[in-house]
Design a binder for this molecule. Structure first.
Ligand code: BDR
Ligand code: CA
Length: 330
């Protein structure tokens, strides 16, 4: 990734989703991140619900000035699947009992067009942090083939190299949900960092952290996040005994922002990255880890940086420190 700027200008591409909501609030709380737009996609919920959730989360946090767009509704190259209501709730936010009314409206542009417009307006300045299926970025590339040169960097939460997948033995959910888009994005020549299950499965966030956060700030935004995380943690605690031991969850998407601002916490490898689009390995992210001249073609793409290890305790502490800052106005 290029040298860090004084402040990170970020377009957040997301499918909120509980850990997406966590990551959005982390970005708003972070002193070095400016969220210049939120672009939404299908994934954890339908794209219409994702867009409404982004508006709602911004509205209750007092950040209604940030534009929100609605993006792709389905994968580019395969049929869509039902959203995982058992993980994020049917509404994506742990089945909220009540929502406050708000007056925010969507920016009329598609998410892809928004990414292109902002990248053209601020060449070399914008980082896209993409934590859902990658259709918006793939479409943005189709509109503007120079996008890899116009964006400062792309950080994705998705994929896995060594850690087993979470939707198949080799596939992580975001990549599985749109493997054709993912392959276009990871091989397009962006300054791209992949934050996948290899690291996100190393960082368990206890529900008590979000309870403390809600007690510390006493705000509808932190209450909403606490409610959503408590729902989401039930899924992970049912699945993994070591997560159940502390009643917690994986923070997946929030680690994409930690990798952006605190790359020293991660150990990375660099190499050509591709995605299997079909067959039993569909959605697998394949990293060329050796400089062997393999006989097959397809590996001559620009290298990506892949996070392989993380200093888990420091990462957790960083997340807690940022959330405890004074970032919410009453
Ligand atoms: C990813 O899939 C979604 O369920 C989460 O929001 C995260 O982006 C983890 O595999
Ligand atoms: Ca997500």
């Amino acid at each position: 990734m290029p040298q860090p700027p004084a402040r990170f200008q970020v377009i957040y591409d997301t499918d909120p989703g509980v850990d997406d909501a966590m990551a959005l609030y982390y970005a708003l709380a972070h002193p070095e991140i400016d969220v210049v737009g939120v672009t939404t996609t299908f994934g954890n919920v339908s794209v219409a619900q994702a867009a409404e959730n982004a508006l709602y989360l911004l509205a209750i946090a007092g950040h209604g000035h940030i534009p929100v767009t609605q993006g792709v509704a389905a994968p580019l190259g395969k049929p869509g699947e039902d959203p995982p209501a058992h993980i994020h709730g049917a509404d994506g936010l742990g089945n909220l009992a009540h929502r406050e009314a708000h007056a925010l409206r969507l920016d009329a542009r598609s998410s892809a067009q928004f990414i292109v417009d902002i990248a053209r307006k601020q060449p070399g300045e914008i980082t896209v942090v993409a934590v859902g299926p990658l259709g918006n970025l793939a479409l943005a590339l189709a509109i503007e083939p120079q996008l890899p040169q116009l964006l400062r960097a792309v950080v994705i939460m998705g994929g896995t190299v060594v850690e087993p997948g979470n939707v198949s033995p080799v596939a992580e959910a975001n990549i599985w949900n749109d493997p054709h888009a993912a392959d276009r994005v990871v091989s397009a020549g962006f300054a791209l960092t992949m934050v996948g299950l290899d690291v996100t499965h190393q960082v368990i966030l206890p529900v008590t952290l979000f309870k403390q956060l809600a007690a510390h700030h006493r705000h509808i935004a932190t209450d909403t996040l606490h409610h959503a995380v408590a729902f989401y943690a039930n899924f992970y605690s049912d699945l993994y005994p070591h997560v159940a031991a502390i009643h917690g969850c994986f923070g997946h998407d929030v680690l994409a922002f930690v990798a952006l601002t605190d790359p020293q916490l991660f150990q990375t490898e660099t190499g050509a990255l591709r995605v299997a689009t079909d067959g039993l390995a569909q959605g697998q992210t394949m990293l060329k880890r050796k400089s062997i001249p393999y006989p097959q073609t397809g590996w001559e793409v620009a290298p990506a940086t892949v996070c392989m290890q993380v200093q888990a305790a420091s990462c957790r502490q960083t997340i807690e420190d940022v959330f405890m800052r004074n970032w919410l106005s009453l």
